[in-house]
Design a protein around this ligand. Structure first.
Ligand code: CA
Ligand code: CA
Length: 298
């Protein structure tokens, strides 16, 4: 029987103190039901954003305890399926987003999602369901679900979609995995601070690599490997992702730093995940035929 974690079990921060709501073994398939990033508080376009309880945004369903996962391991999460609701929300919040310095109004827009298409006014867009928040507990302390780091969290990487495999470092026994913040569609950067925020259902398969782990979260797609950097600004996020990428190239090809640094200029693409949340995100992307996952696990 596939385990289902209902969206009534949510956390607002990743922490070793979070009580697990379910347990599963590596190899098991688990379904996470999620509510939208605004906590389901926006009912329609007339909902005043001033009525939102901001302590209830960015909920992540979980945490799930993975038997056998120990500090130093890698948790492997295969995204088997993402089914999103038929109604997405997008908002503008004054003082936020890439153009946070502009004078603009709070605004709510409801977008319909139907048959794989998202409708914005009369513009039809192909929906690409993805997971904004996917993370594990840090070794100590409390990390709000609205930010990102080595533990994953609010990465907002469009490639964390159906068919992707995510590698996360395990910091505590059981890993304590939680998932939330689904988007029916999000472009790189998440410019206005929100994407097409939807509730949904994520089906994953768990895996575990014992005794080694990545320095940063890794996302593997059929064609690419993405190293997920984070930072106070985009420069720092780019540096973090690049450090790991250059180190992995040096390991993969037994090169010294200078050669790996040069090769990085030729084969690594730096892309913006999101430019708006407390931690900004940049990923270093490389074609899979040029790097093995093993070079990223230590
Ligand atoms: Ca997000
Ligand atoms: Ca979001």
């Amino acid at each position: 029987m596939v385990k289902v974690i209902p969206s009534t079990h949510v956390i607002y921060s990743f922490s070793p103190d979070s009580e697990p709501v379910e347990r599963a073994l590596p190899g098991e398939i688990v379904v996470f039901e999620t509510i939208d990033a605004l906590g389901g508080q926006v009912k329609d376009e007339d909902t005043p954003l001033s009525t939102i309880d901001w302590s209830r945004v960015n909920p992540a369903t979980g945490p799930l305890y993975i038997d056998g996962a120990e500090p130093g391991d890698t948790l492997v999460v295969d995204i088997l399926d993402i089914v999103v609701g038929n109604r997405a929300i997008i908002v503008t919040i004054p003082g936020t987003g890439v153009l946070e310095y502009r004078d603009f109004r709070p605004r709510v827009k409801i977008l319909s999602v139907s048959k794989g298409l998202l409708t914005f006014n009369n513009i039809k867009l192909v929906s690409r369901p993805m997971i904004g928040v996917l993370g594990v507990s840090p070794s100590a302390g409390v990390i709000p679900t609205g930010t990102s780091g080595p533990h994953g969290g609010n990465m907002d990487v469009a490639e964390i979609s159906r068919g992707a495999r995510v590698y996360l470092p395990v910091f505590v026994k059981g890993a304590l995995l939680a998932i939330g913040d689904l988007h029916a569609l999000q472009a790189d950067g998440e410019i206005c601070v929100a994407a097409a925020e939807v509730p949904g259902r994520v089906t994953i398969r768990l895996g575990l690599v014992k005794g080694k782990r990545p320095k940063l979260p890794i996302v593997e797609t059929p064609s690419h490997i993405h190293i997920i950097g984070y930072g106070e600004d985009l420069d720092e996020a780019a540096r973090k992702a690049t450090e790991v990428a250059v180190e992995a190239l040096a390991k993969e090809y037994s090169m010294d730093f200078e050669e790996a640094y040069m090769l990085a200029s030729l084969v690594i693409d730096l892309k913006i995940n999101q430019a708006v949340d407390p931690a900004k995100g940049v990923r270093a992307s490389i074609k899979k035929d040029l790097m093995s996952i093993d070079s990223l696990l230590n």
